[in-house]
Write a protein that binds this ligand. Structure first.
Ligand code: TRP
Length: 334
């Protein structure tokens, strides 16, 4: 069979407890892209260690995330789901690309600035070259498109610059990736402070709805969601709490924000919060059931991990071999 789908790459980190933001904002859309594109979805565990991790937790969360990809509906035969650390080409290409990246370029990365402020006791070189590893991820698979949120756009720009720089020296080695323009997914904000993105690691337990929260917890969190005193359900920036709830409801139901406004015209915040909570419960329940099912099927998941890593490695190795040859690494004697 000839596969003429374009290639798409994306990755997610397995740190912290995943929230509905991860699901509604990214994963749900990833599923939709799998028909049109040949998708590589990685659990980027190599990126995770730029911040100190508990080994047992990291391993557990990485597996959970990969299982979640499948539970969310990504078919591991149609797409490729794998741990970044299982394909050593990522580390190898990242090293090579490091030698084509300027300090000044990395110094400009806003995520590096944010993260080094947050982890002032551990500003390691990996945190600094994080975007180069990300470039390696994307370029190894000759990805045509990369769906990322705005917070990763600067890294994607750098990826394009590196690919162009390399190509201009050595000829056409890398496909220049484009950002995926289309709906990347809703940006879900904190329920307690709607000016902040909903985070996997918020200190306030009511700020984030976790994918594995039970119905009572979900309902309680929505009931406590911060709103305003306008008392109208309108989709506008002046009402960030309500806007966020509308976004969540829209993402769950597929309705447009205007339609949500209409549906709840004249209703109170209490009723609206209950409705949002119930919709989220109805979306998460089947996902949680599938997770439980998959998690009890160890051999099946193990098989996918092995098989998909091999498929990913085959593609990645092809690019890496070309790169090594171009830059003048001596050939291996066989
Ligand atoms: N840095 C991305 C994030 O934190 C994750 C990531 C790693 C990624 N490699 C990637 C995303 C390649 C897209 C493509 O969200």
């Amino acid at each position: 069979m000839i596969d003429d789908r374009k290639i798409l790459f994306s990755g997610m980190q397995a740190t912290g407890n995943l929230t509905i933001g991860n699901y509604l904002g990214a994963l749900k859309n990833w599923v939709k892209l799998t028909d049109e594109y040949e998708c590589y979805y990685s659990v980027v565990d190599m990126h995770s260690i730029t911040v100190r991790q508990d080994p047992t937790e990291l391993r557990k969360r990485a597996r959970k995330l990969l299982t979640l990809y499948i539970a969310a509906g990504i078919d591991p035969k149609k797409s490729i789901l794998y741990y970044q650390s299982h394909v050593s080409a990522h580390a190898e290409l990242a090293w090579i690309l490091n030698c084509f990246t300027y300090m000044g370029e990395l110094n400009r990365m806003t995520q590096f600035k944010d993260k080094s402020a947050k982890h002032a006791d551990n500003i390691n070189a990996g945190l600094f070259t994080y975007p180069v590893l990300m470039a390696a991820d994307i370029l190894l698979y000759q990805a045509d498109v990369v769906p990322v949120g705005v917070d990763q756009m600067q890294h994607l720009e750098l990826t394009r610059d590196l690919a162009q720089r390399f190509n201009s020296i050595y000829g056409d080695v890398f496909t220049i990736p484009e950002p995926y323009i289309g709906k990347v997914g809703a940006k879900i904000m904190s329920l307690q402070d709607p000016s902040k993105k909903m985070s996997k690691s918020d200190e306030n337990p009511n700020a984030s709805v976790y994918l594995m929260d039970d119905p009572d917890t979900i309902m309680r969190k929505f009931k406590r969601a911060v709103t305003d005193s306008e008392a109208v359900i309108k989709y506008r920036d002046e009402q960030p709490g309500i806007k966020n709830l509308i976004d969540i409801y829209s993402a769950c139901t597929g309705l447009k924000p205007e339609d949500v406004e209409k549906e709840f015209y004249g209703k109170g915040y209490g009723d609206f919060k209950t409705a949002v909570g119930e919709t989220v419960v109805s979306v998460l329940k089947p996902l949680q059931d599938r997770m439980k099912d998959l998690e009890s099927n160890k051999d099946y998941i193990d098989g996918i991990i092995k098989d998909n890593a091999e498929r990913a490695a085959r593609t990645a190795e092809k690019t890496l071999r070309k790169v090594k040859k171009k830059i003048g690494y001596p050939e291996k004697i066989r």
